[in-house]
Design a protein around this ligand. Structure first.
Ligand code: TYD
Length: 211
């Protein structure tokens, strides 16, 4: 089983991923967790360029290519091997983020991003994706550390990101994206968000809850 947690910056992904990892492990699942971009030598190098190098001008087409390159390596080196030995794979972001940040949010062609991105993962996409949804002002209030290159793009961009996630979910079926997607209201308490995620997951894959 391949699960992704996605959403705008500051929506509380990290806490939910930590909760979900424990929940799955407590039920005897072997969980392989990866963050996208990252978790391979190439992915870590690209992550550094994409997030830390505020001195570089990187256009959205170039961003798209670099995020996709990091993901292709992660899929080949880590995600596919983990799935092949029966592990439950949990990822912090995946191709949906590219469709939104480099597509919907900048008037990029999200359909082409889905098509190219799916090609570069060899057709592999998450079985279930949770999108944590939170108004931008609330989400940004939660980021109390220095902002990375993408987080520094400004409030208007991040409002388009938030809308972009919701539009992407609406377009999911029309664009023929495989897998299930659920929007979770991330303005709830962390406990409520976790409970919602676990409930949806159990509906989708009751076998995951077998202790
Ligand atoms: P994230 O790992 O969530 O950052 P953090 O560890 O700071 O929470 O995501 C990194 C940033 O990269 C985030 O702002 C979203 C952005 N991003 C894209 O723009 N496109 C992509 O394809 C991906 C995967 C992430």
């Amino acid at each position: 089983m391949f699960i992704a947690v996605d959403g705008g910056d500051g929506a509380g992904k990290s806490a939910q991923i930590a909760y979900l990892t424990n929940w799955l492990r407590n039920r005897g699942r072997q969980v392989a967790f990866f963050r996208d971009p990252g978790d391979t030598p190439l992915g870590d190098a690209l992550r550094e360029i994409l997030l830390a190098r505020k001195d570089l001008a990187i256009c959205s087409e170039a961003e798209t290519a670099l995020f996709m390159a990091a993901r292709a390596q992660l899929v080949r080196d880590k995600i596919r091997p983990a799935l092949a030995i029966g592990q439950t794979v949990l990822v912090d972001r995946f191709l949906l983020s590219t469709a939104v940040y480099q597509g919907y949010a900048v008037d990029g062609d999200a359909e082409t991003i889905w098509r190219l991105g799916t090609h570069l993962t060899g057709g592999l996409l998450p079985d279930v994706t949770f999108v944590l949804d939170c108004p931008t002002d609330v989400a940004f209030g939660r980021i109390n550390r220095s902002r990375d290159r993408i987080e520094s793009k400004g409030a208007d961009f991040h409002r388009r990101v938030r809308d972009g996630f919701l539009r992407a979910v609406d377009d999911w079926k029309r664009l023929g994206v495989p897998g299930k997607v659920f929007v979770v209201d991330a303005t709830q308490t962390p406990e409520e968000v976790s409970a919602t995620i676990v409930e949806r997951l159990q509906d989708e894959a009751p076998e995951l809850a077998d202790a």
